[in-house]
Ligand binder design. Structure first.
Ligand code: 13P
Length: 334
């Protein structure tokens, strides 16, 4: 895969008015989401749920691709079409989560590092054969008393850079995700500072590891106050702070930035993205790679009647995709 081909995929992921649906919850995370609405966490229910999301009629109007979990990329629609093939046939790029989750960072209480580098080259080669064209790795940075440490920032940036370089070697576009967690009593300024330090470290590491930025996508968290801070900020303040932070840290040559929703309400996630695009023009397309903010309404509706509400739940997926697709253009109307 040439750099030009990687760049082409990256650009298609952030095509105007389109974004990504993240449906890469691990089996454990899926169990949590299902338990919240009373759905039994069986393999068939997970398959059926992912089928609901991916086969939403006309989803590609607003969705360029989906991030799948290892189990999902090996599953098929009820008609026996592998999900990755179904996606490609319907104009969506298959992606895959390749990290193996977070583990306590030894020597750094309260902090975590993402694992999954061992054997990654072979796993990426297999995912490519299964149809994946981009891969996601999520680093998690917690804010608290005296954290994050420089050690935690560097360890996570280094792992992200090693994974990204391996992805490009194996023909996949890396979607690098350093998530600054919203939980905590920190204010928006502290979130800004931590995000800035993390992104500076990340891009320094990517360059150090010869990652070609033209073939790479950033999945970023927004600059927001901690969930227990009590600080009230407007949509415009979040948008302005996030833009300022990104502009001072992310090279303009990057093909695009997509955001995670991170526990924001559906409406807040859409409103923030819309406001950032209204404040443009920006150096890169800004779009979405939402998990919860794309799925929550559909999951709730589906849980009330797994058979009877299948099509109605798909309508809510389409509605969320449309709202976020319009927000990616700065054209969303509340
Ligand atoms: P949320 O939008 O629910 O934060 O999920 C996106 C994601 O993929 C986190 O890694």
């Amino acid at each position: 895969m040439s750099i030009e081909q990687l760049a082409e995929i990256a650009q298609a992921m952030v095509a105007p008015g389109k974004g990504i649906i993240a449906i890469d919850e691990s089996t454990a995370t899926c169990a949590k989401r299902f338990a919240g609405v009373g759905i039994e966490n069986t393999e068939e229910n997970r398959r059926r749920y992912r089928e609901l999301l991916l086969t939403t009629p006309n989803l590609s109007d607003y969705i360029s691709g989906a991030i799948l979990f290892d189990e999902t990329i090996r599953q098929s629609t009820s008609d026996g079409v592998p999900f990755a093939k179904y996606m490609m046939d319907n104009g969506m790029i298959p992606g895959i989560k390749v990290d193996k989750g977070t583990h306590n960072l030894a020597g750094c209480p309260g902090e975590v590092v993402t694992e999954g580098l061992d054997g990654l080259r072979d796993r990426l080669a297999e995912y490519y054969k299964l149809g994946a064209r981009f891969a996601k790795w999520r680093a998690v940075i917690n804010i608290g008393d005296d954290i994050p440490s420089g050690t935690c920032i560097e360890a996570n940036a280094h792992a992200l850079a090693r994974y990204a370089a391996l992805c490009q070697e194996q023909g996949l576009v890396p979607m690098v995700e350093p998530e600054i967690i919203m939980d905590g009593s920190h204010d928006i300024d502290e979130c800004f500072q931590v995000t800035e330090v993390m992104l500076r470290s990340l891009f320094a590491s990517l360059v150090e590891h010869n990652v070609v930025l033209e073939g790479c996508i950033l999945k970023a968290s927004m600059v927001v106050p901690g969930t227990t801070s009590g600080e009230q900020v407007s949509v415009e303040e979040v948008a302005a702070a996030t833009l300022q932070c990104l502009k001072s840290t992310v090279p303009a040559i990057l093909p695009g930035i997509v955001f995670l929703s991170g526990g924001q309400s559906d409406e807040a996630a859409t409103a923030h993205l819309d406001a950032m695009n209204r404040m443009g023009p920006n150096p890169w397309p800004l779009s979405f790679s939402y998990g919860r903010a794309m799925q929550a309404a559909a999951l709730k509706l589906w849980s009330q009647d797994l058979v009877g509400n299948f099509a109605a739940a798909q309508k809510t997926v389409y509605a969320r995709a449309k709202d976020n697709g319009l927000a990616a253009l700065g054209q969303w109307q509340k």
